[in-house]
Design a protein around this ligand. Sequence first.
Ligand SMILES: [Cu+2]
Length: 161
Amino acid sequence: MKKILIILFAILGIAFAIQLVNNKPQPEKQTQTPEINIQGEVEIGANGGENEAGMVTSPRTGNEPAQTYVVKIKNMQFDPQIKNIYQGDSITFVNEDTVPHLVASDPHPAHTALPGFESQALQPGQSYTFKFEQIGRWGYHCHLHPSMVGTINTQQKALSK
Ligand SMILES: [Cu+2]
């Protein structure tokens, strides 16, 4: 009789162990979605009284094609000043102003926050396109007029299922 009980407990123990192993992948899944952090950053931008026109409203999956958006440089300003995009999207900066401008990653003058994000001097009518592969909040400025500033918020695409 005692033997049967021991075997029974052993089976229960194994069943319990199997369940533990099966449940394990779930906490890993949760750590794979850092979108919450990025969205928090986007909200900080919006609360700062900044332009919400480019606000990303519904998440895209990894399967959808990358987009290219235009940021105008006009009247010594970037328009829109804040742009929210997904990783892999591009921004084309178009100089519609009457003087040259040079788009560059913060901080001025080192431009080290996002290496490669730096145009040549753009004459009126010229443009510069940069593809944002890295997730983050990328501040930038006009290197020729450092008080001209803007931000590109690059959000992670939703993981495709
Ligand atoms: Cu600069």
